[in-house]
Design a protein around this ligand. Structure first.
Ligand code: HEC
Ligand code: HEC
Length: 164
């Protein structure tokens, strides 16, 4: 007999333990205390926009600014940074999707330069003129002169070294 109803052992409850595989949400950057530093990556952006300077993180400018930058790549701060239309469209979408908000957003005419934004000026107001003029710095846009991990998108204050 398959089921012996006279079986004195009554199973009062059956606990089914569902073993749920916990998927770790840990990021490779978890030991980095500037969590804003590393958004989703895009290879085209990293390669094309990192060819002449560090690939500036999308979060440091609002979407309107990126739109304006991407609309004028043939006249890009005195150089020609033109891209084929497919690459330009992909990069533009990536930049807009990961663009900055909050203190990184600015009202009015879009600002093309990170270095001309209000937050940038405030964060850097203690950097003396002689540092900006140091030939090892050359330009405020040369982030990597001081932010030693700029290449990796990390601008944490722990990784700043001002050139002497
Ligand atoms: C052919 C070289 C070249 C390429 C490629 C290039 N740039 Fe630039 N970019 C420059 C130069 C030159 C400057 C001005 C740097 C300076 O003022 O010291 C600049 C400046 C900038 C600035 C302003 C920096 C600041 O805050 O002063 C932004 C933003 C920028 N580039 C975004 C991009 C993006 C996005 C891409 C990719 C679509 C890109 N660049 C590709 C040459 C390039
Ligand atoms: C001459 C050196 C120098 C250059 C060049 C420079 N920075 Fe900085 N940056 C600093 C210093 C100094 C601070 C202030 C750190 C502090 O307040 O502890 C700072 C702060 C910051 C912060 C805030 C960091 C935090 O965790 O609070 C960001 C973001 C940043 N810089 C981005 C940039 C970007 C992007 C560029 C290039 C477009 C750039 N910086 C160029 C020296 C520099």
């Amino acid at each position: 007999m398959l089921f012996d109803t006279k079986n004195p052992v009554r199973i009062l409850g059956l606990a089914v333990l569902l073993s749920v595989a916990m998927i770790s949400a840990a990021h490779a950057e978890d030991d980095d205390d500037d969590k804003r530093g590393a958004p989703a990556m895009n290879t085209q952006w990293k390669t094309e926009c990192g060819a002449c300077h560090v690939a500036f993180p999308p979060r440091l400018l609002p979407a309107e600014s990126w739109r304006a930058v991407m609309s004028g790549l043939d006249k890009h701060f005195g150089s020609d940074a033109s891209l084929d239309p497919a690459a330009a469209a992909e990069i533009r979408a990536y930049l807009e999707k990961n663009a900055g908000s909050g203190k990184y957003a600015a009202a009015g005419k879009p600002i093309l330069r990170i270095t001309e934004t209000r937050w940038f000026k405030r964060e850097h107001d203690e950097v003396p003129a002689r540092t900006w003029n140091n030939p090892k710095v050359k330009s405020a846009a040369n982030c990597a002169a001081c932010h030693t991990q700029a290449e990796a998108g990390n601008y944490s204050e722990h990784n700043i070294r001002i050139p002497k």
